[in-house]
Design a protein around this ligand. Structure first.
Ligand code: GLP
Length: 240
């Protein structure tokens, strides 16, 4: 079941996502949330931080985070790493909330062993919410077109499209590979929130929501999940 919330612009969309997540932060019950990175998440995390920092009700180390992906090979403290992005945008500013924060290790010397470690972690930590962006080619996490829906955490080669786009946000030469949670584990989250802003996402989002369910558009798998909310601005989702 996919519920689409269409908003006027990014700022409005970011507020809607923050409002969706805030009850999980306010409620002292332990909760695990899957987190995403990328440009789309910048206003989302800013909105979350603005609200929670202004009124830190519920702060008390009960939120566990599990990030989706990471470039490989890349030191976790490299400014272009997803870990560094998360520290800057969310983890640092909201320190009192975290019970544990989990990342794929971009510096792992044995990526296969690192992926198995993450699979075991994902089995142990069921996520109540998985936050997702979408690639212009329909990828989710770094699961590029052609990825089987049953896949688990693994090392992937980034497509030309993804590399060209992500290079703009990355200081220095972008790694050609990445470690990513697989589609099977993205789909294991109880609820999924996919955020898409801007005209560049329109074709991928349209395919994902209205096209055939096929590995050629990885995000199309969401049509088979019981509880997906899509938050898209007017550019990314045409009125219908
Ligand atoms: C990136 C990330 C994804 C992200 C997507 C969209 O490559 N691996 O997790 O959701 O592509 O990124 P952006 O928000 O920068 O457009």
């Amino acid at each position: 079941m996919i519920d689409v919330i269409r908003v006027s612009d990014r700022a409005a969309g970011a507020r809607v996502v923050a409002e969706y997540l805030i009850p999980r932060f306010r409620d002292p019950a332990p909760v695990a949330i899957g987190l995403a990175t990328g440009e789309t998440m910048v206003p989302v995390y800013r909105a979350l931080v603005a609200t929670l920092a202004a009124d830190p009700r519920g702060a008390g180390a009960h939120v566990t985070t599990v990030n989706l992906d990471e470039y490989w090979p890349l030191a976790p403290d490299h400014p272009g790493s997803f870990r560094a992005f998360m520290e800057r945008m969310l983890l640092g500013p909201l320190k009192p909330y975290w019970a544990a924060v989990h990342f794929l290790d971009g510096a792992a010397s044995d990526p296969v062993a690192e992926c198995r470690r993450y699979d075991a972690l994902l089995d142990r930590v069921p996520r109540a919410v998985q936050l997702l962006g979408i690639g212009v080619n329909g990828h989710i996490g770094f699961n590029e077109p052609g990825t089987p829906f049953t896949g688990r955490t693994r090392l992937v080669s980034l497509t030309h499209t993804t590399r060209r786009r992500n290079q703009d946000l990355f200081p220095g030469p972008l790694p050609a590979q990445a470690l990513t949670m697989g589609i099977r584990d993205i789909m294991a989250a109880e609820t999924i929130v996919l955020v898409a802003f801007g005209a560049a996402k329109r074709a991928a989002l349209t395919r994902a929501l209205t096209g055939p369910v096929t590995p050629e558009c990885p995000a199309s798998v969401l049509q088979t999940h019981p509880a997906v909310t899509v938050i898209a601005d007017q550019e990314a989702w045409a009125a219908r």
